[in-house]
Design a protein around this ligand. Structure first.
Ligand code: PEP
Length: 234
């Protein structure tokens, strides 16, 4: 099974940068991985223009829990579908922490909206440093995964320890494997679990080579073609 590399561009990039990036990327890419790009909403059109191959799939970073209506600033799942988004991040820790988007009901309706429009949610979970220190990381992840209890469709989970995002601190491979195994054991059906948090060209080989890891979710290292393409197995 081909592993996924999900590029989360967060609030970075411009039309000029995206076009230059994609030209180089499409010229230099290999077919080893399935890449999913999650650019800011304003760059979806630029990406859509270039990503006409199945291998390089488009995603978004968030979506509204509503179908449509007077919700200033929101983007609906239906709107994302119009740009051919096949994936969407939900529950990223930056949304949970900075914008307090942590409500189980809202996260559930966002997922339902995406599934209604044939978009696969990439549901992000992760423990804080406090949870880790207190030994409650597994409990925390199990609690966050409650959102998925009524959902039977295909979903991808991204395990992203909050203390690892943008910090250059990464759990060791045993810790990653243990958490991925724990998450997979909570479900009857096989499901993909990605690791995210400070993945870079130096540590990617160890992480991607693990059988427990179905792919990676990458922020900073996905903004340059050379570092994105340097993320690979041994
Ligand atoms: C992320 O944004 O999901 C992420 C993992 O960021 P970074 O790779 O920069 O830690």
């Amino acid at each position: 099974m081909q592993k996924l590399i999900v590029a989360n561009w967060k609030m970075y990039g411009s039309k000029t940068m995206a076009e230059a990036f994609l030209k180089t990327f499409l010229y230099s890419k290999t077919d080893t991985y399935n890449y999913i790009f999650c650019p800011p909403f304003t760059l979806l059109a630029s990406f859509e223009k270039f990503l006409n191959s199945q291998k390089y799939i488009l995603g978004a970073q968030n979506c509204s829990s509503f179908e449509n209506g007077a919700f200033t600033g929101d983007i609906s799942a239906e709107m994302l579908k119009e740009f051919n988004c096949s994936y969407c991040l939900i529950g990223h820790s930056e949304r949970r922490q900075i914008y307090h988007e942590d409500d189980e009901k809202i996260l559930t309706t966002k997922i339902q909206q995406l599934l209604k429009h044939q978009i696969t949610p990439i549901f992000c979970v992760g423990e804080s440093l406090e949870d880790k220190k207190q030994g409650t990381a597994f409990q925390k992840i199990k609690h966050q995964l409650n959102v998925l209890k009524e959902i039977n469709n295909e979903i991808i989970i991204a395990y992203e320890p909050i203390w690892a995002i943008g910090t250059n601190k990464v759990p060791n491979i045993q810790e990653i494997n243990e958490m991925h195994q724990f998450i997979k054991n909570l479900y009857l059906k096989p499901l993909k679990v990605l690791y995210g948090g400070s993945v870079n060209p130096q540590n990617a080989a160890d992480i991607l080579t693990s059988d427990q890891v179905d792919g990676i979710l990458v922020g900073r290292a996905s903004l340059e073609v050379a570092s994105l393409l340097a993320l690979k197995e041994r």
